[in-house]
Design a protein around this ligand. Structure first.
Ligand SMILES: Nc1ncnc2c1ncn2[C@@H]1O[C@H](COP(=O)(O)OP(=O)(O)OP(=O)(O)O)[C@@H](O)[C@H]1O
Length: 268
């Protein structure tokens, strides 16, 4: 597999208020420092780390919503300089238009892409069925459950046919059962579409279940502490994958890494 994404010495520094120095004084805050890693084409990478370690910053940099202070990020060998339709984003909050139906929410973005009405409807129906929502096309967001809204948000991102899907804790607001269902649905979609996926989570189990590799981040400054390979084949064929020895081993390893990090942070 070739490199899809490459971080080269990426550092992001924010200017924050320095109240000790006066009302208008600013100081620099390094959110992420010297990130160096690659993601293969078609890979599923999960990112896990303590609060404030820079996970969302890393994703914002990838999406092009913000720019590195130094270093660069390459997508297919080309430097990312801003947002693009080659990257789809799914956030924790569904960000659906409340006045549009499930179908309308997805179709809306495609219209901006200049796709004909007939093709838009076909594509929308296809992606709604891919996320298991056939028959719900005409429902408004307030008529859908949290899990269904997140399915619409995923379908909307996929409908653009991006090369890369960036997901920032997309299942965090859902109940445990819905979350597990959507996790396996996402794996099924990934196996079918072969998208490159970068997925942020706070959950170790979620990171191990979904990721072919898990990037474990640490704070002060935010950086990738370890890359853990998860040597599990298809998760979907195993009845109880979470009890698989490799799963248990990886979960334990990551827990130890994060646990050590919490103690480190507490002693600073
Ligand atoms: N626009 C900004 N201006 C100043 N500081 C920022 C800005 N965005 C993020 N930060 C800081 O950068 C650090 C990393 O933030 P980020 O949101 O990336 O962390 P995170 O790992 O996603 O956290 P969480 O898991 O709590 O969502 C934090 O200390 C945050 O306060």
């Amino acid at each position: 597999m070739t490199d899809k994404i490459r971080f080269e010495h990426v550092t992001k520094i924010f200017k924050v208020r320095d109240t000790e120095q006066g009302k208008r004084a600013l100081k620099e805050f390094t959110a992420v420092k010297d990130l160096n890693f690659s993601v293969k084409d078609g890979e599923f990478l999960t990112l896990v780390g303590p609060s404030g370690c820079g996970k969302s910053t890393l994703l914002d940099l990838l999406s092009g919503l913000t720019k590195p202070t130094s270093g660069r990020i390459l997508l297919d060998g080309k430097e990312i300089t801003g947002p693009g339709l080659d990257r789809g984003i799914v956030f924790q909050q569904y960000a659906l238009f409340p006045w549009k139906t499930a179908l309308g929410n997805i179709e809306f973005g495609l219209e901006a892409k200049g796709i004909s009405k007939k093709e838009r409807i076909e594509l929308t129906r296809y992606y709604l069925s891919l996320v298991g929502l056939e028959g719900f096309e005409d429902r408004y967001p307030h008529e859908l459950s949290g899990g269904m809204k997140q399915r619409v948000a995923i379908a909307r991102s996929l409908a653009f046919n991006p090369d890369v899907l960036l997901m920032d804790e997309p299942f965090a607001a859902l109940d445990a059962q819905t979350r597990e269902t959507l996790q396996s649905e996402l794996l099924r979609i990934w196996e079918k579409t072969k998208k490159t996926i970068i997925f942020i989570t706070h959950g170790i189990d979620e990171a191990v279940y979904l990721g072919q590799r898990v990037a474990v981040m640490s704070t002060k400054p935010g950086s990738i502490k370890h890359m853990i390979d998860i040597p599990l084949d298809s998760r979907l064929n195993e009845l109880d994958i979470r009890s698989h020895p490799e799963f248990v081993k990886a979960r334990h390893q990551i827990w130890n890494l994060l646990h050590g990090n919490i103690y480190q942070a507490a002693s600073i």
